[in-house]
Design a protein around this ligand. Sequence first.
Ligand code: BGP
Length: 470
Amino acid sequence: RVKKLPKDFIWGGATAAYQVEGATKVDGKGKTMWDDYLKAQGRFAPDPASDFYHLYPEDIRLSKKYGLNAIRVSIAWTRIFPKGYGEPVQAGVDYYHRLFKECLDNGIEPYVSLHHFDSPKTLFDDGDWLNRKNIDHFVDYAKFCFDEFPEVTHWFTINELISLAYSQYIQGNFPPSHKFDVTSAIQAEHNELLAHAKVVNLFKDGGYKGKIGLIHVLQPVYPYPNTPENQHAADLSDAFMNAFLLDGTFKGEYTDKTMKLINEILDANDAKLDIQDGDMDILKKASTRNDYFGLNYYQPSFFAAYDGESTNHFNGTGEKGTSSFKFKGVGQAVKNPNIPTTDWDWNIYPEGLYDILKRVSSEYPNSKEIFITENGLGLKEELPENVTDDTIINDDKRIDFVDQHMEAILKARSEGVNVNGYFIWSLQDQFSWANGYNKRYGLFFIDFATQKRYIKKSALWYKALADTMK
Ligand code: BGP
């Protein structure tokens, strides 16, 4: 099949500080909300991860060699402000200057997030995003970064607001592991939107050079089977997962349609949302000022009506078929037998990406320019026994996955959707927050014991596609 990427397409790989850097206890770094939690859990540790703190030159060299022109990285708030506020730590600041320089010297544009699931522990203990004081700390940290790192011209405020809110307070697989705490989840969504909007307003009012946006993971929800009751369940789930955040970001208001659905969920769960005077003005002001939108897409969900109590099981081990999710007042996730799934029960459905791109572009024109900031396939992968330095790890499944999703993107583009870049999740193998080290996504395989990098077949395929841009 002949596929050609448009010239100037951003062709990247994605990382997140805490998932790749390792070195969590060096150079004055403070704890994140994960350190003690992972230790108590005892399943896996954030060290050494991919040892990107030391080996970033190697990964950037490979990025260049395999045709990438951009990477996503995040700044670990706690490397610069160990408690989230106070005096900056010079070693942390210096590290990010070195990292950005290495990228730029190699023709790799860094796309930098300020927050990727790694709230400082001090602030986490003080309510995390539920405490409005922490929004102000985030704004101060953002301002420090804008002043300190003018070499960065592509910013994202927060990565995946919903994954935080949902994993922390609904699904219970991120600290503090609440289950179906609907009040906290919806409030976290709102407060994170507020934090994002305040930072965008600061960036624009401050006249900083460069571009800024945020990242949402979008998970289209389809009724299965397609009945009116199941459609309503799908609409409720969509409001909670997608529409509330998209409205808040790009319309600067929660539409009546969205709020009707959200209120139905809140009522069923005795939950409430606190919107304070002035909040909506801040969202409104920022809603037209995002330069672009980072869209992460992995999978859709299939939903059916459900009228029992909430209960779930999160599959964080890769034992296929063990997931379940039933949300009182919303609905239940169901398996669509026509759709293949991964070992972690994630649905593989590229059409979902096409559908959501079309929706964002027609319903949310303020999103302006779209980058797919994450998309990829988690697999259990091993080194062959007779491995040599030149061994290429076969990951045909991943190639097929990315290929199908690229088709969806190019189709949407041909119909006028302004999507101008793709970042595979992930650049190199990393640790996965709730799944550990056996769920690999990288173009580059890492033997975590030796930190040696091996090339996967997908990296060669990725390079071949990059070459069609020239
Ligand atoms: C996104 C996150 C990433 C990453 C990815 C894969 O939600 O932004 O940090 O981890 O999903 O998810 P997982 O690691 O759970 O498979």
